[in-house]
Design a protein around this ligand. Structure first.
Ligand code: 4GX
Length: 230
């Protein structure tokens, strides 16, 4: 998968993309990323990317020209790649959407700043708008990183062969069961007996029950959608 990111703060991506699973995926050529500074697509001497809002009001709006030109400069080779704007007005990101995006060979993500971007970017350039949650960030960069992280770990070969991303919480529609590691007793708190029993059928059953109980207590609305046997 190839990912193009449009941003005013390219340095923000250094940390996450230079670390861990993502870095390894890039090294193994399972994913490649190009970060484009929107400011590089301006033509005036001050490299202006924003301007006042028509009609007045506080806050600046990102101008359409540099964003259109940045996308057009990468678009020739990008075929039917979705052009995704990160915004609180987008559809709410989920594991389902991560899976949907993981099927594309190419993604283009636009990170807005300030009060937003000129409406013509929404209406004539962007093909999808995604929000990572109902809270307000200062820019779309962290939201783009969240989306990319969730998508990239679904690409074939990115996680080790032992772990399947399809076993994850939220894929099965339930929260994860509790996990323990050594020591068997810590400060007097014991690991549940069943996990030490070596009885794999019982362990599976216990974990499934725990997952259901936990989901019922913490996220009951998820149970309606979960694939549970009667
Ligand atoms: N999930 N923000 C984007 C500026 C903006 C506003 C409107 C485009 C259109 C956010 C979120 C988020 C704050 C990122 C406003 N850009 N993005 N920014 N929640 O809060 O994705």
């Amino acid at each position: 998968m190839h990912i193009d990111i449009l941003t005013l703060f390219p340095q923000m991506f250094d940390g996450p993309f230079g670390t861990g699973i993502f870095k390894r995926a890039v090294e193994r050529k399972l994913v490649s990323v190009n970060i484009h500074n929107i400011r590089d697509y301006t033509h005036d001497k001050h490299h202006t990317v924003d301007d006042y809002s028509y009609g007045g009001g506080a806050g600046m709006v990102l101008k359409p020209e540099p964003i259109f030109e940045a996308v057009e400069s990468i678009k020739p080779e990008s075929g039917e790649a979705p052009i995704i704007l990160l915004t609180p007005q987008g559809r709410l990101f989920s594991q389902q959407i991560a899976l949907e995006l993981s099927k594309y060979s190419r993604l283009i993500l636009i990170c807005g700043r300030y009060e937003g971007v000129d409406e013509r970017v929404h209406s004539h350039l962007v093909t999808d708008e995604i929000s990572i949650g109902d809270y307000v960030l200062s820019g779309g960069e962290l939201a783009a990183m969240v989306v990319i992280e969730a998508v990239v770990r679904l690409l074939p070969g990115v996680l080790g062969s032992e772990v399947s991303p399809l076993d994850d919480s939220h894929v099965a529609g339930l929260l994860e069961y509790p996990q323990y590691t050594r020591p068997a007793v810590y400060r007097g708190w014991s690991v549940p007996e069943v996990l030490l029993s070596g009885n794999h059928a019982q362990i599976s059953k216990w974990r499934h029950e725990q997952a259901i109980l936990r989901t019922l207590e913490r996220r009951p609305e998820l149970l309606d959608k979960a694939n549970l046997p009667k």
